[in-house]
Design a protein around this ligand. Structure first.
Ligand code: GLC
Length: 687
């Protein structure tokens, strides 16, 4: 009997010869929801809670491999039936905070820590980074994404991928492409002109493909110009592979069966999570001559090429206890680096530790570490702002703290099996009364008022009480500012949010504003280090903060007022002809974010793309432009050490960099490689 061959890196051709049709079809179809739902139903799988797997073929030495979410950390079940060991994962800051660092070195460090946790928990591919362009501030998943600008988004994603893959684990760029809203995401048709698509919505994926060679890419749920991306040959083969040279694997996002034959023919190699009906359909179509076996073989080959790269194939024995303490330090460092100082009147910040701070806002005591959905993480802990300030040497006004902690205990949202898996809404904001505010202003030295917002996968945000502050919030903030200002004391607002909110109408009330985003499990410590001056803020905005939502050219072409409940089916039929639900016209074209605001005649913005303050001052020399590079020198002309982000912009961001921590008086010269000029000449920009 001839020796049965076993998969090796160099015998994929022979393996292809050996595989039966059914075995080939089983390799391009995932193993279903067993892994993701193992924590609920107790299925025996290698990594309970991991989003998906491929199927094994033991007779040919082909193992199943494990795919796990998510962008802010590994998302797997934290406990296993009958096992006392826990499987918590480090909760890193959200994508929008990572891009706010403008520091690809720290992003790569985060990627490496996530990749190491994946490796040590037995995962082969991380389904991250999420990197869709933040076309409109109300997209529910913007927290996972990086920027309105494709260069910052692409460079951040590339650094993140290099970090993950440095650990021998695969990454996955998602969701390719033009998946810029959650409403009706399975069926919505993104209608985008090709020049806009290439310059804005594909450019970031192109940069990440070319600068990090991701092992995989996830094709999004939505349609693009009438064709589901998961079966769009132009997108998955012509552009991605033939133009950009991508040589990895394309998988679907987690859809049920669609047109499996068309997906294979388009170059979609792996149907996740996978159903038996897809295997049967492929076999039937090949036997009926409706699908060529060569087309199937191309996808099978790419699945095998992925498998032979993975730790599972290489026989890696996961330790099941990665160094979570070391990774927590990385999460803290990244959070400190990405927090953005938006206002700091009369040098309100930093505040000397030792004083007593009155903490307002539920988010001060239950700080949101990240968003909801597949981007959730089962973290070992979350340091809230109160704890962070206390650890930094501040005392927290006790009477107010008691009121909030009792309110929070009484108003915890009900948990469900979904919220256990993917997180849920935070505690609703506590109404404040005048006496409480007055009493706190008499005893505390200063106030911190935390405004929180939660959002996540599967739904978009809305205006009232979300993008806009509620009347209660505005009223409470005004009363706190009045009371503390009358007592000659300062008020600092901390924004604990996953996406842009309205700021113009209230930003003159407090003395300082700190944008902490959703800063991960170490968020409270990072925020305290910024407020105390232990760390000088150096984050800058990756997205514009509009004065008014309706200033945005995309505002009318987004489902900001849709409150329906579309489903996988109703989305296809019932809402097919509903604007911004069945289809979304990207009528704003190139006018996304600063590309719009920098145009002559455009309205003012509340906080512009790239904005961020520091506790020190810098001088930046005029860039010397030569051979596609910009060289400039940054000098710290202030009194405390600090880092400076520098950007080279014409009608678009062309390059960026960040200095090391510069001591007062110190200088650093940066030479930045210019990215591509815009393909389409644009209108004059504001001086
Ligand atoms: C989800 C998300 C995707 C995730 C996948 C697996 O629906 O869209 O980002 O990786 O399914 O959980």
């Amino acid at each position: 009997m001839a020796q049965q061959i076993s998969l090796q890196e160099n015998n994929i051709d022979q393996i292809l010869q050996e595989l039966s049709l059914k075995e080939k079809a089983s390799l391009v179809v995932g193993a279903g929801y067993r892994s993701m739902l193992a924590g609920i139903f107790g299925f025996r799988v290698p990594v309970p809670g991991a989003a998906g797997m491929t199927r094994d073929i033991p007779r040919l030495g082909i193992p199943a491999i494990v795919l796990s979410d998510g962008p802010a950390g590994v998302r797997i079940e934290p406990g296993r039936k009958g096992n006392k060991v826990t499987f918590y994962c480090t909760g890193f800051p959200i994508g929008s905070l990572l891009s706010s660092t403008w520091n690809t070195d720290i992003v790569e460090k985060v990627g490496a820590a996530i990749g190491n946790e994946a490796l040590e928990y037995g995962i082969d591919v991380m389904l991250a980074p999420g990197m869709n362009i933040q076309r409109n501030p109300l997209c529910g998943r913007n927290f996972e994404y990086f920027s309105e600008d494709p260069l910052l988004s692409g460079k951040t994603a590339a650094a993140y991928v290099r970090g993950i893959q440095s650990q021998g684990v695969g990454a996955c760029l998602k969701h390719y492409a033009a998946n810029n809203q959650e409403t009706n995401r399975f069926w919505n048709d993104s209608r985008v002109a090709e020049d806009v698509l290439r310059e804005i919505y594909l450019r970031n994926f192109e940069i990440a493909v070319k600068e990090s060679a991701p092992w995989t890419i996830m094709a999004s749920y939505n349609r693009l110009n009438g064709v589901h991306t998961q079966q769009d040959k132009w997108l998955l083969t012509d552009v991605l592979r033939e133009e950009w040279g991508f040589d990895g694997l394309v998988m679907t996002d987690w859809t049920g069966k669609r047109d499996t034959g068309a997906q294979i023919e388009a170059g979609c190699d792996l149907m996740e999570p996978g159903t038996g009906s897809q295997i049967r359909e492929l076999c039937r179509k090949v036997k009926a001559g409706e699908l060529s076996e060569e087309a199937l073989d191309i996808c099978v080959r790419r699945v095998l090429e992925l498998i032979v790269k993975t730790p599972s194939f290489k026989g890696h024995q996961p330790s099941l206890h990665p160094d979570l303490q070391a990774h927590a330090r990385v999460a803290l460092e990244a959070a400190e680096e990405g927090i953005v100082l938006l206002e700091n009147r009369d040098g309100t910040l930093p505040m000397d530790p030792g004083g007593q701070v009155a903490l307002f806002g539920v988010g001060s005591y239950q700080t949101l570490a990240g968003g909801t959905g597949s981007g959730h993480v089962h973290r070992p802990y979350i340091v809230n702002i109160a704890e962070g300030l206390q650890q930094e040497g501040f005392s927290v006004e006790p009477a107010l703290a008691d009121i909030y902690t009792q309110y929070i205990a009484k108003n915890q949202p009900k948990t469900s099996f979904m919220s256990r898996m993917v997180g849920g809404p935070g505690v609703p904001e506590m109404p404040l009364d005048k006496n409480t505010i007055q009493a706190a202003s008499a005893t505390a030295d200063w106030a911190v008022f935390t405004l929180s917002r939660q959002a996540g996968e599967g739904g978009d945000r809305h205006l009232d009480g979300d993008f806009l502050l509620t009347e209660d919030e505005t009223g409470a903030l005004s009363q706190v500012c009045n009371a503390f200002h009358q007592a000659g004391k300062k008020v600092v607002v901390v924004l604990n949010i996953g996406g842009v909110i309205e700021t113009a109408s209230w930003k003159d009330l407090p003395d300082a504003i700190v944008l902490a985003w959703q800063p991960g499990e170490e968020g409270g410590n990072a925020i305290a280090h910024i407020l105390s001056g232990k760390v000088n803020p150096s984050g800058c905005l990756p997205i514009s903060f509009p004065v008014d939502y309706f200033d945005l050219p995309s505002s009318a072409h987004f489902p900001y007022d849709f409150h329906g409940k579309e489903s996988f089916i109703s989305g296809k039929e019932k809402y097919a002809d509903v604007e911004n639900v069945g289809y979304t016209e990207y009528a704003e074209g190139m006018d996304v974010g600063y590309r719009f605001y920098r145009k002559e005649g455009a309205p003012a913005v509340s906080y512009p793309f790239g904005y961020g303050l520091s506790y020190t001052r810098f001088q930046v020399s005029e860039p010397i432009m030569m051979d596609g590079k910009a060289t400039l020198t940054v000098t710290n002309t202030g009194t405390v050490p600090g880092k400076k982000v520098v950007m080279v912009m014409d009608t678009a961001l062309r390059a960026f960099g960040k200095t090391a921590l510069l001591a007062p008086g110190a200088s650093q010269t940066l030479t930045l490689e210019l990215g591509p000029a815009r393909t389409k000449e644009t209108d004059k920009i504001k001086p």
